[in-house]
Design a protein around this ligand. Structure first.
Ligand code: PMP
Length: 299
């Protein structure tokens, strides 16, 4: 594993040299926008998966917070490519974060100078093969309390509590319901269920519209599967699902084998989930030319 490094407002430095004054307002109120991005090994060297979409979502989140970016799309793209080249890793994770950097707390100070930092560290295979999840006692943030489609630091208080509670009960992750009592998402992943004739996933409204979620919907439709974005009750999830899986940049695609006291697919990873995971793996590693436009090669 090569050393972790960081890009701070245009300068690349060792991980340990990263700086941030603790009295900035973003730190205190969760007013920051960030992304989680992976890059993978391919035959042509490392490639960043769906970088353009991640940068676009970062700008969207910043916009929601009233945070005009000091860097444009091209600057950030170049910065990430440069980081990966310098880091010398062929697989890893990139974490850009934008925040209000004035050394002065107070909500009204969340509007001054804006800083962007980008951390880079190595990340190979996702460790877990399957997940045991529990329906959370915490509700997913209501869409009228904030913009749930923005990836904003403060939103993660909600999923932190849900995940902590799930783990304390011996589960790997939490499934949060939305304000209607229907399935929303996991702590940092979207959810899909395989039914008899179709694959379903919660509709947009109370969820982060994950880039992995969008990728899976497209891959499935391109391969003539029926995918529906719809509201899913907890009862329907249990009663009508042959398979369940979670997906996200960090998880990629991981089967759920248990939901509270119920086993899913007899406790085994599902067949179709494995098929989808394989399709996804081929795409991220540059083995499916139809999706070459989703990869940004670093070499
Ligand atoms: N939902 C939440 C709450 C998340 O934090 C994430 C991770 N970004 C996801 C879903 C999955 O999104 P993506 O596929 O873009 O990583």
């Amino acid at each position: 594993m090569r050393a972790k490094i960081i890009w701070e407002n245009g300068y690349i430095m060792p991980w340990s040299k990263g700086t941030m004054h603790v009295m900035n307002p973003s730190m205190h109120y969760g007013i920051a926008a960030f992304e989680g991005i992976r890059f993978y090994r391919t035959d042509r060297g490392p490639a960043i998966f769906r970088l353009n979409e991640h940068i676009a979502r970062l700008f969207y989140s910043m916009n929601v917070l009233g945070m005009p970016s000091p860097y444009n799309h091209h600057h950030l793209k170049t910065a990430m490519i440069e980081l990966i080249r310098l880091g010398g890793m062929d697989e890893g994770y990139i974490r850009p974060i934008a925040y209000f950097s004035d050394e002065q707390v107070g909500l009204k100070n969340a509007g001054g100078n804006i800083a962007i930092q980008i951390g880079l560290f190595s990340w190979g295979k996702t460790a877990k093969q399957s997940l045991r999840v529990t329906q959370s006692r915490y509700m997913r943030i209501h869409p009228k309390t904030t913009d749930v489609e923005a990836k904003i630091s403060g939103h993660y208080v909600n999923t932190h509590l849900a995940l902590k509670d799930a783990m304390a009960k011996g589960f790997d992750d939490a499934i949060l319901l939305d304000h209607n009592g229907t399935i929303a998402e996991a702590s940092a992943a979207n959810i899909f269920a395989v039914q008899k004739y179709k694959i379903i996933t919660p509709e947009r409204g109370s969820i982060l519209n994950g880039i992995t979620r969008q990728t899976i919907i497209q891959l499935l439709r391109d391969n003539h599967f029926t995918v529906e974005e719809q509201s899913i009750t907890p009862y329907a999830l249990l009663a009508e699902s042959l398979e369940i899986f979670l997906c996200g940049t960090a998880y990629e695609i991981i089967p759920v084998t248990q939901l509270d006291e119920y086993t899913i697919n007899n406790g085994f990873p599902g067949f179709l989930t494995a098929v989808i995971a394989k399709m996804y793996r081929r795409v991220i590693h540059g083995m499916d030319n139809r999706y070459a436009h989703w990869l940004t090669y670093v070499a």
